[in-house]
Design a protein around this ligand. Structure first.
Ligand SMILES: Nc1nc2c(ncn2[C@@H]2O[C@H](COP(=O)(O)OP(=O)(O)O)[C@@H](O)[C@H]2O)c(=O)[nH]1
Ligand SMILES: [Mg+2]
Length: 220
C-alpha cells in the first residue's frame, strides 16, 4: 500500500481443522496444503504415541514416539497443546509453529477439539477454527470402514468418540459439511483467503494509512 510497492507485513494465522475421525479432515488438509504450496502455508506435524499406519511416514504425517519420550517433552514445555485422543497421546510441537508465525507464515493444524480449545485460549486472535462434519452417521461409518487400516475395535472406539467431538461444533467459527471433498477444499481455501485479509493481521496499516491520508491532503 505504500508507494514503494511493498505490502504491509502480516501476522501468520493458525488454521485449525477439527472433526470426528473419518469425516475427511486429513484428506481435505492434504489437498489444501498442496493447492497452497508456495503461499506460505505449512502443516504442523504432531507428535504422537499412536502406532504408525502402513500409509504413514515418520516425520511427514506425525512424529511417532514412545510414551516416555512424549511425556518427557511434554513436561519440558515443548508442546503448544497436548491431548489424549482414542487412548493415545497427541501434541503440537511449539517451536516450529512459533517460528512460522513470527515469519508471517500460516500454519494448518489437524487436531481435535481439546487441542483447538487450548490454542484458542492461548492465542484467540491468531486462530481460525473450522469444524468439518460428515454428511451423515452412515457416511462416517462407511469412511472409517473403507479406510481399513484400523482393526474393528479401533473403528468402534472412533465412532463412539465421534459423538463427543461433534458436541464441540459450536466452538468453531466455521462449519463445513463434507458432502464432496473438492467442494469442501474450496470452502476451506475461501476461508483462508478472507482470513488473511483481516485488518488485525495486517501489521503496519496504521502508518500506511496515515501516509495515504497525508498524501491526499497534499494533493487537495
Ligand atoms: N490435540 C491434538 N489432537 C491431534 C493432534 N494430532 C492429531 N490429532 C487428532 O487426533 C485424532 C486422531 O488422529 P489420527 O490418529 O491420525 O486418526 P484420524 O482420526 O484417522 O485422523 C484426530 O482428530 C486428529 O485431528 C495434536 O497434535 N493435538
Ligand atoms: Mg486424521
Amino acid at each position: 500500500m505504500s508507494d514503494n510497492g511493498e505490502h504491509a507485513a502480516r501476522r501468520g494465522l493458525m488454521l485449525v481443522l477439527s472433526s470426528p475421525s473419518g469425516a475427511g479432515k486429513t484428506t481435505i488438509s492434504r489437498i489444501v496444503l498442496d493447492k497452497e504450496r508456495g503461499s506460505g502455508l505449512s502443516l504442523s506435524i504432531s507428535a504422537t504415541t499412536r502406532p504408525k499406519r502402513p500409509s504413514e511416514a515418520d516425520g511427514v504425517h506425525y512424529q511417532f514416539m514412545g510414551e516416555p519420550d512424549f511425556l518427557k517433552r511434554r513436561d519440558a514445555g515443548e508442546f503448544l497443546e497436548w491431548a489424549e485422543v482414542h487412548g493415545n497421546y497427541y501434541a503440537t510441537p511449539r517451536e516450529s509453529v512459533e517460528t512460522a508465525l513470527s515469519a508471517g507464515r500460516d500454519v494448518l493444524f489437524d487436531i481435535d477439539w481439546q487441542g483447538a480449545a487450548q490454542i484458542r485460549k492461548a492465542s484467540p486472535d491468531d486462530m481460525v477454527g473450522i469444524f468439518i462434519l460428515p454428511p451423515s452417521a452412515d457416511a462416517l461409518r462407511e469412511r472409517l470402514e473403507r479406510r481399513a487400516e484400523d482393526d474393528p475395535q479401533t473403528i468402534a472406539r472412533r465412532l463412539a468418540n465421534a459423538r463427543t467431538e461433534i458436541t464441540h461444533w459450536n466452538e468453531y467459527q466455521y462449519i463445513v459439511v463434507n458432502h464432496d471433498v473438492d467442494e469442501s477444499v474450496g470452502k476451506v481455501l475461501a476461508i483462508l483467503k478472507a482470513e488473511r485479509e483481516r485488518r488485525q493481521r495486517q501489521l503496519g496499516l496504521d502508518g500506511d494509512i496515515r501516509q495515504l491520508l497525508d498524501d491526499l491532503k497534499t494533493m487537495g
